[in-house]
Design a protein around this ligand. Structure first.
Ligand code: HEM
Ligand code: HEM
Length: 172
């Protein structure tokens, strides 16, 4: 079957780094411990790279390729309602909304983590901790939605989308 390269290596490394860091930091390591902080900053560093990559790369990684403008969202939504087999080689507008929200939660986690860990002013301050927890738990909800969306779209399009985040390739 003819396939084309859609996700470049940086996107894939970014994706699986943030996925592993999220699961490790939310479920497994000691909250606020060394590993938690190192992994958290690693994800934050990848996020900064990904942000700039969206301006200098080509194809599906570019913000302009997938940014969910109102007209793109309306077109995607109406196409889903009509059931006319919407498909594109890159993020869908509704999928992109969830991705941008996930990226914003990661940025919020890095900012509040930094405030708790590196500043005197916010050390031990309750609302900063609560906000950190809020970003983490909102991200958990978004991740569940994201995974269900990826599985549903894979079923609808008869195409293995999670695999495409590993190989980078999709059906032409
Ligand atoms: C993917 C990124 C991250 C996730 C999912 C995450 C998740 C969490 C969660 C769920 C808690 C427990 C919150 C609570 O029960 O109140 C926590 C605590 C904490 N996190 Fe993170 N975190 C991340 C990144 C970071 C970063 C980048 C830093 C520091 C630079 C950091 C520093 C801390 C600290 C110091 C605590 C302990 C707060 C306390 O004293 O209760 N985290 N984190
Ligand atoms: C566990 C935490 C996860 C997080 C935080 C996460 C986050 C993200 C982000 C930020 C993107 C956008 C990538 C970019 O443009 O740079 C993305 C894309 C994607 N993710 Fe995840 N992801 C997670 C887990 C998963 C899992 C487990 C799967 C597989 C079931 C998956 C499948 C995908 C797919 C297929 C795309 C591309 C979507 C498309 O075709 O438009 N993700 N993810």
């Amino acid at each position: 079957m003819a396939t084309v390269q859609v996700w470049d290596p940086l996107i894939r490394i970014f994706h699986w780094t943030v996925a592993v860091v999220f699961v490790a930091n939310y479920f497994f390591n000691e909250k606020g411990g060394d590993l938690h902080i190192i992994l958290g900053y690693t994800a934050a560093g990848m996020l900064v790279l990904r942000f700039f990559w969206g301006f200098v790369s080509h194809g599906a990684a570019r913000w302009s390729d997938f940014f969910p403008t109102p007209s793109r969202l309306v077109a995607h939504w109406s196409s889903l309602l009509r059931g006319d087999g919407y498909r594109r080689l890159g993020h869908t507008p509704l999928g992109a909304v969830v991705m941008i929200l996930m990226m914003s939660c990661l940025a919020g986690l890095a900012a509040t983590g930094y405030m708790m860990e590196e500043t005197d002013m916010f050390w031990g301050v309750e609302w900063v901790k609560d906000l950190h927890w809020g970003f983490a738990t909102t991200l958990l909800g978004l991740v569940v939605l994201h995974i269900l969306g990826a599985l549903y779209e894979s079923y609808r399009l008869k195409e293995n989308l999670p695999l495409s985040m590993i190989t980078g390739r999709r059906r032409r």
